[in-house]
Design a protein around this ligand. Structure first.
Ligand SMILES: [Zn+2]
Length: 338
């Protein structure tokens, strides 16, 4: 079978590999679509020191069940469309013991710390599968990335009383905008790209701010009647946006960080205390977040076609990653179709 491998910085190859054998509790998934995550482009550019190349990328999966192991429950059947929860959890660390398996200390995400899904077939434990007859195999490839934003809204305990500012309108931010809207909050989407802001409105944002052309602080005060937002969800990971979150959140507000900032960030820590802030991290997603995204997709409110920037065959993975690395602002999701 074909598989994609990032063999070294800036170089992707299609290789031949054996179709994996499944164990009793596993399912063989015929992969149809896999998304390129932001992490994939970081791997491609050789900027993730935690990962040893070569690696097969990919953890945003839309596939079809091809074979089921002998001890897999009967409701998983051949021919079903599915996606995969791509995280592992050890069961022993503090997070796992507290039921917060998404934040397992030694999590290995497919396509990052271990080989991923950019191959014609993958073997997956059945308890990592999610199926639904009303979601297309293509749309399943967007569930994981959106679920990360969904999880952040859950971490922020967003309600219908809140003004929620989401900084960064890529796929993860989009997930946060959608779920905050579903919970009845008034959502303010912030980005430096007008095209992304237009889409954010379609996905449920009540207000949008281009922070490159407008003064973020002034605009937030105008919208919130001078208070600042009850919740800020940061989905960029730059020192600037890390600090803006603390500055723009209201007194007694909540800040949730999803983005990884590569550099150290300096804060006016007195604001943590004066505002009595709740500051939380949000990592990956829980099975329940995947299910919430699937419920949303079934309502057919999501302009999914607009979230898919391009679809390439495996042989053009190199070109796809080069295009994305050159124009990161223009791309929501690129899918590889097997
Ligand atoms: Zn663990």
């Amino acid at each position: 079978m074909k598989a994609i491998q990032i063999i070294e910085e800036g170089r992707v190859l299609v290789i031949e590999r054996e179709i994996p054998q499944i164990k009793k509790d596993e399912v063989l998934v015929k992969v149809k679509y896999v998304g390129f995550a932001a992490l994939t482009s970081i791997l491609f550019l050789g900027r993730n020191p935690m990962v040893k190349l070569p690696v097969t990328p990919g953890h945003e999966i839309g596939g079809i069940i091809e074979l089921v192991g002998t001890s897999v429950p009967h409701h998983y059947k051949m021919g079903m469309a599915c996606t995969v929860n791509p995280y592992t959890n050890c069961g022993k660390c503090a997070s796992c013991r507290n039921g917060r398996v998404n934040a397992c200390e030694i999590n290995e995400t497919m396509g990052v710390q271990r080989d991923g899904a950019m191959a014609e077939y993958i073997a997956i434990p059945y308890n990592k599968l999610l199926t639904d007859g009303n979601i297309s195999v293509r749309d399943f490839a967007l569930v994981e990335s959106m679920s990360v934003g969904f999880h952040a809204v859950s971490r922020a305990e967003v309600t219908d009383l809140d003004y929620v500012m989401v900084i960064g309108c890529g796929m993860i931010g989009v997930g946060a905008i959608v779920r905050a809207g579903l919970r009845g909050a008034k959502v303010i989407a912030v980005d430096i790209d007008d095209k992304k802001l237009v889409l954010a409105k379609k996905l449920g944002a009540s207000f949008t701010i281009n922070s490159k052309t407008h003064d973020l602080h002034e605009e937030i005060l105008k919208i919130t009647g001078g208070f600042g937002t009850d919740v800020v969800i940061e989905a960029v990971g730059s020192p600037l946006t890390y600090v803006a979150a603390i500055n723009e959140v209201a007194f007694s507000g909540r800040v949730v960080y999803i983005g990884y900032a590569k550099n150290e960030v300096s804060f006016q820590t007195k604001l943590f205390v004066q505002k009595e802030l709740d500051i939380r991290g949000s990592r990956n997603a829980l099975h329940s977040d995947f299910k919430a995204v699937m419920e949303y997709m079934k309502r057919q409110l999501c302009p999914i076609d607009e979230l898919i920037s391009a679809i390439y065959p495996p042989e053009k993975a190199q070109e796809a990653l080069e295009n994305w690395s050159a124009n990161p602002g223009d791309v929501f999701r690129i899918l590889i179709e097997f």
